[in-house]
Design a protein around this ligand. Sequence first.
Ligand SMILES: [Ca+2]
Ligand SMILES: [Ca+2]
Length: 198
Amino acid sequence: MSQRAEFDFDHDGWLDDVVYTRSDPWGVRNQSTVTLYSGRFGRSLFDFRTLDLYGTLGLIGWSSSSAGDQNGDGIDDLVLGDPCWNGAGYPAGRATLHLGHELFIQVNDEFYDPNDTANIRVTGGEPYHTALLAAVEFGGAPIFETVDLAPLNKYGELIYSDIVPSGFSGMTLTLQAFALRPGDGKLLVSSTDQITLR
Ligand SMILES: [Ca+2]
Ligand SMILES: [Ca+2]
């Protein structure tokens, strides 16, 4: 299911798409995913987390709509609807608000064991421009440590991959990405994402 969205979630001047996918629809673990596709590149910008909706019908993203600009940063925001939240069935449901960004960061999982591979994806901004991927918090304490500094590819994407070290069990690492936009030199800042080490 693809819905032509009437919003520009990454603020690049192109309208973007939201694609809802329901996986394992009749299995034990009903899940749905919602993916934001760049209208400019035709590639995914951001996957709203795969939602483990055991016990519910898992229909988040069944409907999506522009939420206007709820936080006043000039970037369109998105509202996703779930008509069957918490298994309550129709007509119970909920809507969740997701803020638009000019730069997105996403890790492939929330929890990692030692020697797992963590893939960190930065999308948005302008192709070929350098992005800085940084750890901004470690175990609740603020830090700023560069994880990677590399150009975004022709799709405006940077993928960083590394093996999770041992010895940090229970720690949480918060990651954030930054980039300078060519032309006006504006600093683009992503939302944050977290890795928890087990
Ligand atoms: Ca866009
Ligand atoms: Ca906004």
